[in-house]
Ligand binder design. Structure first.
Ligand code: HEC
Length: 136
């Protein structure tokens, strides 16, 4: 397989995964039952893997690993969201939808134990989510 074919194949697969996630995000819609919320957490984790993890989770990535202490320094989920939306993904800031930014912020807070597993992290709740290191 030529290099060009490989690159095309890899971009094709990435695009397909992206489109599937976007469709899934749209399908979940505003009305989320328990099952919807569980699915949303899965999506958030996948989305984070796709758009953030290459820099933040990998050894040698150009971003820091984002430990709880660093995230907590933003004070509230809203302020963390504001930063992430303005500045990330580093190579293409402000290119995700608000929904996608909420998903990644929710995933970050859950995976670092800064909120409980089934916490709802969105524009209605974020102001009230204080990041003091205790899961609430
Ligand atoms: C191309 C690499 C790259 C990608 C992709 C990326 N980041 Fe970053 N991220 C960085 C770098 C580099 C910094 C440090 C930026 C600075 O200090 O100006 C950073 C900083 C951050 C910070 C602040 C850390 C601190 O010390 O305060 C957060 C939070 C963050 N990124 C979250 C995300 C999220 C969420 C995503 C996915 C939507 C993402 N990043 C995607 C490279 C990346």
């Amino acid at each position: 397989m030529s290099r060009r074919t490989r690159v095309a194949l890899v971009s094709g697969v990435a695009l397909a995964i992206g489109l599937t996630l976007i469709t899934a995000i749209a399908v979940i819609g505003p009305d989320r039952g328990l099952e919807g919320r569980a699915r949303e957490r899965e999506l958030a984790a996948e989305f984070y893997q796709m758009r953030c993890a290459a820099c933040h989770e990998l050894e040698g990535g150009i971003g820091s690993p984002l430990p709880p202490r660093v995230l907590a320094s933003y004070g509230t989920a809203q302020l963390l969201f504001n930063y992430v939306r303005l500045a990330m993904p580093y190579e293409a800031p402000r290119t995700l939808s608000n929904e996608e930014y909420w998903l990644t912020v929710g995933h970050l807070l859950r995976s670092r134990g800064l909120v409980v597993e089934d916490a709802v992290v969105n524009q209605e709740t974020a102001e009230g989510i204080k990041l003091d290191g205790s899961a609430s």
